[in-house]
Design a protein. Structure first.
Lengths: 426, 58
């Protein structure tokens, strides 16, 4: 690659990275819109606060644990195989040269993707998770859980599965279906379990109450913003984490869009058939599931298989939301667990199924097994320990009052004060 | 039940990692699938333990 080509690739990559904050803004709007009006300002304030915490913690320690590609790291030497498991250098961005080079762009994408991950648990824990607890939990996610798995998937032993175990091209997760989405989704699941359902969500005979979104326009506009952000996330990830050539983003952009559109239409069709009318919230969840599922294989799938990935993601997310709410009694107000964890896992598996490379499916299975068998117990355990020092959940009185008034002292919509328990089962 | 579920999750991952270190070819794939099956069993146990808690709260 000539110097001119490298420079133009860096500029293109920088442009893609600068789109990623749109995904953060979109997800924040979706989380806010899907909640009740009495907690709307709290949802947006929490989003800003946890993104701030995540970015600062990533600066202090997260980046060093993740380690940029090719930087020094600790490796376990077992026989003739080397298992690279944690980065060693770069605390407080020490040694990083902000010169527009590829390693400096990895820093920038890492900052934004950590911010994005930190928002995912807010959706599942909405309307009952204290702001202070959310910020403290984000310290753990952004400072340890996410960077560690990011190191394994993008620089460490998971991507080395090709050399060490002869499994396809190693674990493929260019846009972060596993690293960003499933890690966030499993943290969301841990918190939804530990917090328990919102007051009034389940009746005495365990039937869930429908608690409608307070602003569908926020939700749907958030989906549009997230689309722009995901185009940047997947394209930049394809160049920086998968090491693919500069022309690859054309395929990544195309696959991301095809997957999201197929997934949204599947969700629309399914809700039309099941409920007689298309459901706006579930279509939004379908759209997001398509984006999430597209990330892993954005640069590895063919357009037709990206559509198939989206079709299945759209169906899967609708079924998963119902299964979690009705069967497992998990109260996830924004569908974050289904959208990010389940669609993310499907995205990882889809790469193994559709690329047709021998051993690739097994490599993807190893990544999924690591997420379920290591990341989930770790994030659950960390939040459980945290919960024994500080209370995750707001008091029953605070929950009844609404998070806006209780935690912030002011409503998001003061001229429309209605605080009844209209959606509380009696 | 919850602790048992988490132990199964970790054990399943342990099987996967051990298989990567010790095996190759068809046996490797079989043991990775076995590890994942153990994890799914663990996940089911953890989920069931939380359903019981939710019903108590309801």
């Amino acid at each position: 690659m000539t110097a001119g080509t490298t420079e133009s690739t860096s500029l293109l990559c920088l442009a893609f990275i600068l789109l990623v904050p749109f995904a953060i803004a979109g997800l924040a709007l979706i989380n806010t819109g899907l909640g009740r009006s009495r907690s709307a300002a709290h949802a947006m304030t929490s989003s800003l606060c946890v993104v701030s915490v995540a970015v600062l913690v990533y600066f202090a320690i997260g980046f060093a644990i993740q380690g940029p590609h090719g930087s020094p790291s600790h490796a376990l030497q077992l026989g003739r195989k080397s298992f690279d498991w944690i980065g060693t250098d770069g605390f407080f961005f020490r040694g990083v040269r902000f010169d527009g080079s590829m390693p400096s762009l990895v820093v920038l994408l890492g900052l934004f993707s950590t911010g994005l991950t930190s928002l995912i648990p807010l959706g599942a824990a909405a309307e009952r998770w204290r702001l202070g607890a959310a910020c403290t939990s984000t310290l753990l996610t952004a400072g340890w859980t996410l960077p560690l798995f990011a190191h394994w998937a993008w620089n460490g032993w998971l991507i080395q599965l090709s050399a060490n175990a002869g499994l396809g091209s190693g674990f493929i997760d260019a846009g972060g279906s596993g690293v960003i989405q499933v890690t966030g989704g499993l943290t969301a699941l841990s918190l939804a379990w530990q917090l328990g359902p919102r007051r009034g969500k389940y009746s005495s005979n365990s039937m869930p109450a429908a608690i409608p979104a307070h602003n569908e326009v926020f939700v749907l506009f958030g989906c549009m913003l997230a689309w722009i952000g995901w185009l940047g996330l997947n394209s930049a990830g394809a160049i920086l984490y998968a090491g693919l050539p500069a022309e690859t983003p054309v395929l990544a952009v195309s696959n991301t869009t095809l997957s999201a559109t197929a997934s949204a239409l599947t969700a629309a069709g399914m809700t039309r058939v099941r409920f007689r009318k298309p459901d706006a919230s579930l279509i939004a969840n379908g759209w997001m599931a398509g984006l999430v599922a597209s990330s892993a294989g954005c640069a590895a799938l063919k357009p037709a298989t990206a559509i198939l990935t989206g079709l299945i993601a759209g169906a899967l997310v609708i079924l998963a939301i119902e299964f979690l709410e009705f069967t497992l009694k998990v109260d996830d107000p924004c569908g974050s667990i289904s959208v990010h964890a389940i669609a993310g896992i499907w995205g990882l598996l889809a790469v193994g199924i559709f690329t047709g490379v021998q051993g690739q499916f097994v490599a993807q299975l190893v990544g999924v097994a690591t997420l379920l068998g290591f990341v989930l117990p770790m994030t659950y355990g960390l939040n459980w320990v945290l919960g024994s020092f500080i209370s995750h959940r707001v008091s029953p009185e605070g929950e009844r009052q609404g998070m806006d008034l209780h935690e912030l002292g002011a409503d998001a919509y003061p001229e429309f004060v209605v605080h009844t328990d209209e959606f509380t089962q009696r | 039940m919850r602790l048992g579920g988490f132990l199964l999750l970790l054990s399943g991952w342990g099987i996967v990692v051990a298989a990567l270190l010790l095996l190759h070819g068809g046996a490797l794939s079989a043991f990775i699938l076995a590890g994942l099956a153990v994890e799914i069993l663990g996940l089911a146990l953890v989920a069931k333990s939380h359903v019981a808690v939710s019903e108590d709260n309801g």
